[in-house]
Each structure stands twice: as structure tokens, then as C-alpha cells.
Ligand binder design. Structure first.
Ligand code: FES
Length: 102
């Protein structure tokens, strides 16, 4: 059975926005797409960009460093210069909180 790691409350992530959340020594990016929540690693696979501090366009996150893009549902690259997909997590929403399975 997977462990649930709490990241933030559902009210912490505005609709259409991303949020960077640090837990221990790892950073995650939490996204709200019309009330559905998704989580990826925060660090861009291309360099030092923070996806949680990027711009969300629908289900595409644009990195704040070189403008590379990922699909937040699948982690697949959606725009250059990124080459490697970003890790995604299974999200659970319980009691007003956002959790990931780890
Ligand atoms: Fe994200 Fe380069 S660091 S696109």
C-alpha cells in the first residue's frame, strides 16, 4: 500500500496555477486545472528551472527558465528545449488536502 505524502491544501493552489512545494529535500509542483489537481517534480529536466513557478496553460506547464514545456498529466515534453519527461505522481485529495502516493 502506498504511503500518502501531504503537500498542501486545495485552497493553496489557485485554479489555472502552479505551486512549488518543498517537502524534506525534494520539491514538487502542484497544479490546479479547473479543480483537478496534478503533481510533478518541481525541477525542470532541462536545467535549473522551477515548474511550480512556471506558467500553466491548460494542462501544459511552461518552465520559468528557458520556456520549455511539459504535459502535467503525463510528464511528456510538450515544447523545446526540454528533451526528458518530468516525473509525475498519483494525486489523492482527502479532507481538503492534496497528497501524493510515494
Ligand atoms: Fe526549464 Fe531550460 S531549465 S527549459
Amino acid at each position: 500500500k502506498p504511503t500518502l505524502l501531504p503537500l498542501c491544501g486545495i485552497d493553496d493552489v489557485l485554479e489555472g496555477c502552479a505551486l512549488k512545494v518543498e517537502e524534506g529535500d525534494h520539491a514538487y509542483a502542484v497544479y490546479n486545472v479547473a479543480g483537478a489537481y496534478f503533481v510533478t517534480d518541481d525541477m525542470c529536466t532541462h536545467g535549473p528551472g522551477s515548474l511550480g513557478e512556471g506558467e500553466l496553460y491548460g494542462d501544459i506547464i511552461e518552465c520559468n527558465f528557458h520556456g520549455g514545456q511539459f504535459n502535467i498529466r503525463t510528464g511528456e515534453v510538450a515544447g523545446p528545449p526540454c528533451m526528458e519527461p518530468v516525473k509525475t505522481y498519483t494525486v489523492r485529495v482527502e479532507d481538503g488536502g492534496i497528497f501524493i502516493e510515494v
